[in-house]
Design a binder for this molecule. Structure first.
Ligand code: DGJ
Length: 745
């Protein structure tokens, strides 16, 4: 597994564990694609994998060779305007108004390991032996613009990590109007497009559609990656299931406006493009300036969608997330938001913490409302000073009291926002994202701070650092509760205004980076009205994210199932909240709520002090039980068994299996009860076929092959894993099965 280069015919074969990606220098000096898919053996020449002939009505580059049409050829980083009519990877506006360019191959280099991308999140290696990186240098004579295309291959993974960098080596100033991270041309379009879409409180639902001629795209124009669409798409064959068949994934490590699209042309070729959304974007490149695109991780699986997910889970968990918390078991937490909203004082918080501590919960998180005069959501964002009416002793004694109980203390911030009613706004009304003379719209009564302005980021850093230094704070929930409008910044010249959304995200990343450097012990959880910025870019800074504000167990089945397409369970904040649920008013049992929330970074978001003693006892059991199995839940292999998006959507099932396959936990959920049911069996997966398992609550033992082929009998055979019986048999029920290898004596 390596990067093979044929110097003579300038072919590049990037080979990963089970993936090959081949491209070459075409006769016009530009790069053309030859293959992407299952790993191929290496050979000296792959040019036979991409042959085209002249087609009537196509434009071609050379008069003497009508077959050399860029519209027919598969390209690596295509431009528009020189015989390819599909959407390009980039567009460079030049001082004379031209958008034509010709980036031709100049040189290449291979480096061991993987370089980081300045100011941007990226996957990484822990030793140079883990990966190899190929950098291709291209150059456009007329504009004197350099282009570096970077490809990293991890030897033991099925991914290609790609990005591009433009470097102005001339004396003129140009404008990038489009600078995507990747473009891949598939030679046929017989795929279904999988996307993760939805809205607030129903994020990342799985949607599938057959590719059609034309452009199908998902985008964000909201300033964050958004809850409407996730920066991910997959192409899968018709016959591909969760566990079998081919699938390609494209995942963008970026938290702002993005584009993910597939263009199917008139010959059934499918071009996948991904990167910063070119809509409302441009970037001025003066002499010696460079522009770095974010990274896209392309993954390949011949083990179905679940195989693709496992590739992403492992990479994102181990080589995207960073820092002290990356490999550590995440603490069980209690968050006061749905328990108190803004209405709390120190006494109330301590009473929740005390009770939670008794129940075994490890981290107390103080959510919104502890600063300024924030008694509702109309005021005080930006004023990161403790509200002494609610907390007369400040944060430090509160944290100390919580610490002395044996719990960690965590705190909520919304660093990127400002309330009109705040001291900060009085002092710096010019610090908001806005366009002079235009009315600034609001969202949740708040305005967006101009994070494209380093002065603003510096100020927020100082305030957050002061708070994080004044008390013992082990966890920060970083929230972001509105999308951008009237995008503009007084910090930049008029011809840089379309840079503001990207500069804003760079500002967010830089603040995260500085805080992580100064407070490496802090566990960050990202949040944006729930899951509106749940993307791989965030994972680089915050190893977990608040998956959704919707904590209803039934809604969470779809949200967590969809999220698991790309993101590992350790990254998904999953809490038990009160009933009736605050988002959908549904009543579900504490058991069902727990059985869903266990499959994530587990916690509570309710007033434990108000609960009946029997429920408190149950919480204690849940917390203890989760801790016992936490490593498996957070770091095991995750398998989806039954999709909530298929058929009548009445069931969902999933499971986690330990790496050595000796332990597994299965969750089965039924939404509505059925009268007089049959004898349903649930077929498991991912087990060792020859391993003999005991299933808690079942008599005898089962071999892995039996559990995977014949399945486990649901309901009637079930005798209760933790509770000693099916707690409820009506609607919204759940069953958990705990499997462990029978120890041979
Ligand atoms: C939105 C978040 O998603 C919630 O969990 C909570 O932190 C509120 N913001 C607080 O305003």
């Amino acid at each position: 597994m390596a990067i093979f280069i044929n110097e003579e015919n300038k072919q590049f074969h990037l080979q990963g564990k089970n993936i090959s990606y081949v491209f070459h220098v075409m006769k016009n000096g530009q790069l053309g694609q030859l293959y992407i898919g299952k790993r191929l053996r290496n050979r000296t020449d792959f040019s036979h994998l991409s042959k085209v002939e002249h087609r009537v009505a196509s434009s071609y580059v050379y008069e003497e060779d009508p077959s050399f049409s860029l519209d027919l050829l598969r390209q690596e980083y295509p431009s528009y305007g020189t015989s390819d009519y599909r959407e390009p990877a980039f567009q460079l506006l030049q001082p004379n108004g031209s958008r034509i360019s010709n980036f031709t191959y100049r040189s290449h280099e291979v480096i061991q390991g993987k370089p980081q991308l300045e100011g941007l999140p990226a996957t990484y290696t822990e030793g140079d032996e883990e990966a190899e990186t190929l950098i291709i240098n291209l150059f456009d004579e007329v504009t004197q613009m350099g282009l570096e295309l970077m490809y990293s291959m991890f030897h033991k993974r099925n991914v290609v990590a790609r990005s591009a960098r433009f470097i102005n080596k001339g004396e003129e100033t140009h404008k990038l109007q489009r600078a995507l991270s990747t473009s891949v041309d598939f030679p046929n379009a017989a795929y279904d497009l999988v996307q993760l879409s939805g809205s607030w409180s129903r994020e990342r639902h799985v949607h599938e559609r057959q590719l059609q001629q034309g452009i199908q795209s998902i985008t964000s124009t909201r300033g964050t990656s958004s809850s409407q669409h996730n920066p991910f798409l997959a192409l899968k064959r018709k016959e591909t299931t969760e566990h079998q068949g081919e699938a390609f994934g494209f995942s963008l490590l970026y938290s702002g406006n993005f584009l993910a699209q597939v263009e199917v042309d008139h010959y059934e070729n499918a071009r996948v493009s991904m990167g910063i959304n070119p809509f409302d974007f441009s970037w001025k490149l003066g002499p010696r300036e460079a522009f770095q695109t974010p990274e896209v991780v392309i993954a390949y699986s011949d083990q179905g969608m679940n195989g693709l997910s496992q590739t992403y889970h492992d990479l994102y968990q181990k080589r995207l997330a960073r820092g002290q918390w990356r490999d550590r078991e995440r603490p069980t937490l209690i968050n006061n938001w749905e328990a108190t909203y803004f209405d709390f004082n120190e006494e109330k918080l301590l009473s929740i913490a005390e009770k939670s501590n008794e129940l075994g919960i490890e981290l107390f998180v103080l959510d919104d409302g502890w600063f300024g005069k924030r008694n509702d959501d109309t005021t005080s964002l930006g004023d990161w000073f403790v509200d002494e009416e609610k907390l007369p002793n400040g944060l430090a004694p509160l944290a100390e009291k919580i610490n002395s109980m044996g719990m960690m203390f965590g705190l909520w911030f919304e660093p990127e926002m400002i309330s009109r009613e705040s001291r900060l706004f009085e002092q710096h009304p010019e610090w908001i994202i806005h366009v002079p003379k235009r009315h600034p719209s609001t969202g949740r009564h708040q305005l967006v701070l101009d994070f494209s302005n380093p002065e603003v980021v510096d100020y927020i850093y100082e305030r957050m650092a002061a708070i994080l230094s004044e008390a013992t704070i082990d966890y920060v929930k970083w929230d972001m509760n509105r999308y951008m409008t009237e995008i503009g910044s007084i910090a930049h010249e008029s011809d840089r205004q379309m840079e503001v959304p990207h500069r804003y995200i760079l500002g967010v990343y830089s603040l995260y980076e500085r805080l992580l450097e100064s407070f490496p012990h802090v566990l960050f959880e990202s949040c944006a009205s729930g899951g509106a910025r749940f993307d791989p870019g965030m994972l680089y800074y915050a190893p977990q994210g608040w998956t959704s504000d919707d904590t209803d167990a039934m809604e969470r089945l779809s949200i967590q199932y969809g999220t698991s397409m790309v993101y590992p369970l350790s990254s998904m904040g999953a809490h038990i909240s009160a009933v009736p649920n605050h988002q959908v008013k549904r009543m579900t049992s504490l058991k069902t709520r727990g059985d869903v929330a266990y499959f994530g970074a587990f916690g509570y978001e309710l007033d434990v002090t108000e609960m009946a003693e029997s429920e408190q006892r149950q919480i204690k059991e849940q917390v203890n039980w989760y801790k016992e199995h936490r490593e498996l839940f957070q770091y095991g292999q995750f398998y989806r068994l039954i999709s909530p998006f298929e058929d009548d959507r009445n069931e969902t099932s999933w499971m986690v299996v330990s790496d050595d396959k000796e332990k597994a936990i299965v969750g089965y959920y039924q939404i509505l009860a059925r009268p007089n049911p049959g004898f349903n069996r649930l077929r498991l997966t991912g087990l060792g076929p020859d391993i003999e398992y005991r299933v808690e609550g079942f008599e005898g033992t089962y071999f892995g092959d039996e559990l995977m082929q014949a399945g486990l009998q649901l309901e009637s055979a079930y005798n209760g894993a933790q509770t000693g019986g099916i707690e409820e048999s009506g609607d919204f029920s759940s069953q958990l099965f705990v499997l462990s290898k029978v120890k041979q004596s």
